[in-house]
Structure formats: structure tokens, C-alpha cells
Design a protein around this ligand. Structure first.
Ligand code: 5GP
Length: 193
């Protein structure tokens, strides 16, 4: 997606060999026009799959999931990080390492928001090692729902998560694929898919 790649080039800040900050338009400040355009891209790619629910994880996936769900005319649900007050039996829960925070968190989704007849589209802002995706896939499996596709805004193709997602056989669309952040420079992968 050229629009997203251009914004990354203009405003992205390479924090290390592994971490890109896009705080001006995606992760802190949010550009609604750009997010809406992402939603249209994902919706047009996955529209034929009979999606009944879009799924993401708090907090940075929420805006993109909203835009995608709006285009598809379906609800979305975001996994939350478990708080002490949440009642055990009412939630699906999985433990996932957090890439940016360097800690492990429990993510939860209320059982009433993910049903066995749901066809689920997973959306997220970044994929790195794929831990968040793995946790959400396990929750979808336990709910009996079917995962039908995955849409990622920014795939860091030099980390394992994107390959893991494709190996599951799911249709995957990444709007920008980054081959490397070495030397403080963003290099895009040629085969944006
Ligand atoms: P994973 O679980 O695939 O290792 O990491 C995915 C999650 O970590 C994403 O939901 C995203 O919030 C965060 N993340 C991973 N890499 C980056 C990055 O380079 N920049 C930012 N801003 N977030 C990232």
C-alpha cells in the first residue's frame, strides 16, 4: 500500500534494528484518513470470505480493526489485557509475551463475544515474532470459531511472525512489508503481499 509506505518513509523512526516507531499516525497519534484507507484495503481483500467478526488486540490494532469492520459491516472485538477484576470462567485467556514491553501478559476475550459459528478476520498493526497472533489463534480455536484470514498493517519480514501466519495456510495481507531496519534505514521487501 503506497500511501502507508510513504508515511513510514516520511515519519517512521527506527528505534533499533528491530523496532520501528510510527507514533505520528498509527500508535499514538492516529490519522483517520490513512486508517480508513487501510480498512478499505483489508475489506476488499477479505470480503469474499464471509467474515462475521473482526478480531484484534488492544490497543494499537483497535483503530484499524474498527475501520475494517465498518467496511465489512460486521462487529469487531479486541482482546484485552487481563485485570484482576475479570471473572475466570467468563473469558478465554492466553499468556503471550509482549514484543515492545518485554513482559508476559494474559490476554482475554469474553466468551460471549466469540461464538462457534463466527468466521474471524484477525487484524493487527504490526507483526514481529507472531506471539500476539499465536495467542489469538489459540483463543479462536478454543472458542470453536473459524479463523479465515489475517490482515497486518506493517509486517517486519525479517522476523518470524509473517512466515508463521502464512504457514498456517491462512490468507494473509500485509500492507507494508519491511525487509530490514539496519543502519537506521527502513528497507521495504519487494514482494509486498
Ligand atoms: P509479535 O507478537 O508479533 O512479536 O508483536 C506484535 C505486537 O507487538 C504488535 O501488536 C505491536 O503492537 C507490537 N510491535 C511489534 N513490533 C513493533 C514495532 O516495530 N513497532 C511498534 N510500534 N510496535 C511493534
Amino acid at each position: 500500500m503506497e500511501l502507508l509506505k510513504r508515511r513510514i518513509e516520511e515519519e517512521g523512526r527506527v528505534l533499533s534494528e528491530h523496532v520501528l516507531s510510527v507514533n505520528t499516525f498509527l500508535n499514538h497519534g492516529v490519522d483517520p484518513e490513512l486508517i480508513a484507507a487501510m480498512g478499505r484495503e483489508f475489506a476488499s481483500r477479505f470480503r469474499e470470505l464471509g467474515v462475521t467478526r473482526v478480531l484484534t488486540i488492544e490497543s494499537s490494532g483497535i483503530a484499524i480493526a474498527y475501520a475494517t469492520a465498518m467496511e465489512l459491516g460486521v462487529p469487531f472485538v479486541y482482546a484485552r489485557r487481563r485485570k484482576a477484576l475479570m471473572n475466570e470462567g467468563e473469558y478465554f485467556s492466553e499468556r503471550v509475551p509482549s514484543f515492545t514491553k518485554g513482559i508476559v501478559t494474559d490476554i482475554v476475550i469474553a466468551k460471549e463475544l466469540l461464538k462457534p459459528d463466527d468466521r474471524v478476520l484477525f487484524i493487527d498493526d504490526f507483526i514481529a515474532n507472531g506471539d500476539a497472533a499465536r495467542g489469538l489463534i489459540r483463543i479462536v480455536e478454543r472458542s470453536g470459531a473459524k479463523l479465515v484470514g489475517a490482515g497486518i498493517a506493517i509486517e517486519k519480514a525479517f522476523q518470524a511472525g509473517g512466515a508463521f501466519l502464512r504457514e498456517t495456510g491462512l490468507p494473509v495481507l500485509s500492507l507494508a512489508r519491511i525487509a530490514s531496519l539496519s543502519g537506521g534505514v527502513v528497507r521495504f521487501a519487494e514482494d509486498e503481499a
